[in-house]
Design a protein around this ligand. Structure first.
Ligand code: IMP
Length: 442
């Protein structure tokens, strides 16, 4: 009995469930990192967001952008799970599946979609765009993909879920109730006419058979995988500052992109999460509207955007660029419970004479070292900077820390000290090989 207990505790210690989150406003380079980590895991599971995300992966001189399917799909034999916390646009899903299949990737037996995920319908996109362009609310600069309205329906208990696809009569009733409501509101608010109900329903039915093949109770599947000591990587989309509860509200996405979202978005108990990793860029970017204290509207910002190729992987929009913000990063370390960080795009800072890091926000004579709730304070604060000397050497593709220029190492060491968190990996370019591995996870 006693020996059995000891063995059980020993195994528990070595069955890692790891959550990977973005530490800023998204676009930290999570796609590459998840693809790299995926090599050593059995399952990659996406827990929130929808096709608003764009995860770019480069290998064999090719580039792939994934929006919905977890970034582990490029490694053979890895199971890829789309969790209940994700909102699923059937057309975007089927398109992405087709693109992957065209590159020779077999999805059957490898892709599993939760039977509890909510579905994005075309009227969600219409409503998203209507509110952004014609509503009385502040413009958020959304991706226009219907993410907010579909999560709103989920919370209002009006959503349509993947399991509803199994019952055509129920699906029809549910969609009709939604259609009638949306038809009235969209007409009244924005004078928009929806297409005929039958065309909407037929379109949904046209995706049904493809999707039904992949749906399952993913909570049960993950529970069994955990019980068999499999390594599971929970993939977050967007970033901490876009979290609907903890980000720069209202300029956020509509889901919990922080680590807690992995529990609700996959049905995994918090007791089963072993490690949380944060992916953080060596500078900061954001897409869309909203406060961004370290934003640079000068030639330095333009340089970061150009060298870092800071264009949205989903919408192609130019990202706003600025210096590293340690207030944001510290907030993310605490909120997510970060065990180790992964620094990306350090090479983009090559050639800067000096580099600034924001360590506090000054507002009306007060210094905030913690993140204020009020977006107006974040918008109007003055960043307090510490200056570091830059480096002129080229760091692209460096694979050993010893080969990094002294000032780049000093910059990395200072970030470690400021955030009181170690770096596990440093990315020096988009390819898998362009990485400095400082510690291993498994
Ligand atoms: P939504 O998620 O389309 O509703 O957009 C809400 C906000 O989140 C907007 O500012 C978007 O630009 C931002 N956003 C959504 N997804 C991403 C992402 O994957 N990377 C960066 N920003 C994102």
């Amino acid at each position: 009995m006693r020996a059995g207990l000891i063995l059980f505790v020993y195994l528990e210690k070595f069955m890692p469930v790891v959550v990977v989150v973005g530490m800023q406003w998204g676009d930290e380079g999570k796609g590459k990192i998840i693809d790299l980590l995926a090599e050593n895991v059995d399952v990659v599971a996406r827990y929130q967001g929808g096709h608003n995300a764009g995860h770019t992966i480069c290998f064999n001189e090719k580039q792939f952008v994934l929006h919905l399917i977890p970034s582990g799909i490029f490694h053979e034999n890895k199971l890829c799970v789309i969790g209940n916390g994700v909102v699923l646009d059937p057309q975007a899903l089927v398109d992405e599946m087709r693109q992957l299949e065209e590159t020779g990737i077999v999805l059957e037996g490898r892709l599993v979609i939760s039977d509890r995920a909510n579905i994005i319908m075309p009227y969600h996109g219409t409503s998203d765009k209507g509110r952004e362009t014609r509503g009385g609310f502040q413009k958020i600069g959304t991706t226009g993909r219907g993410i907010g309205p579909s999560y709103a329906d989920k919370i209002a208990r009006a959503g349509i879920r993947t399991c509803d696809l199994r019952d055509e009569a129920y699906l029809k009733d549910r969609l009709l109730a939604n259609y009638q409501e949306k038809q009235k509101t969209l007409k009244n608010l924005y004078n928009i006419e929806l297409p005929e109900f039958s065309s909407l329903f037929d379109e949904l039915l046209s995706y049904r058979d493809t999707i039904l093949k992949y749906i399952a109770d993913t909570h049960v599947l993950l529970r069994h995988q955990i019980a068999q000591n499999k390594n599971i990587l929970c993939e977050g989309a967007q970033g901490t500052m876009l979290d609907v509860d903890h980000g720069t509200y209202p300029f956020v996405t509509s889901s919990n992109s922080t680590s807690g979202g992995a529990c609700t978005g996959l049905g995994i108990s918090p007791k089963k999460i072993d490690k949380v990793l944060g992916v953080i860029k060596a500078y900061t970017t954001r897409v869309g509207e909203g406060p961004f204290p370290t934003e640079l509207s000068d030639e330095h910002g333009q340089h970061l955007g150009k060298v870092g190729r800071e264009f949205g992987a989903t919408t192609g929009r130019a990202r706003r660029c600025g210096w590293f913000d340690a207030v944001v990063a510290r907030y993310g370390v605490h909120l997510n419970g970060i065990d180790a960080l992964i620094l990306t795009k350090i090479d983009v800072l090559d050639g800067f004479k000096t580099i600034q890091v924001c360590t506090g926000y000054k507002y009306k004579g007060k210094i905030f070292s913690d993140m204020p709730a009020d977006s107006k304070i974040i918008q109007n604060c003055e960043p307090v900077y510490t200056e570091y000397e830059g480096w002129s050497e080229n760091t692209v593709g460096i694979q050993e820390l010893d080969r990094m220029p002294d000032n780049a190492r000093r910059y990395i060491d200072s970030l470690t000290e400021l955030l009181e968190t170690p770096f596990m990996m440093i990315s020096t370019g988009p390819d898998r090989e362009q990485t400095i591995q400082l510690d291993s996870l498994f």
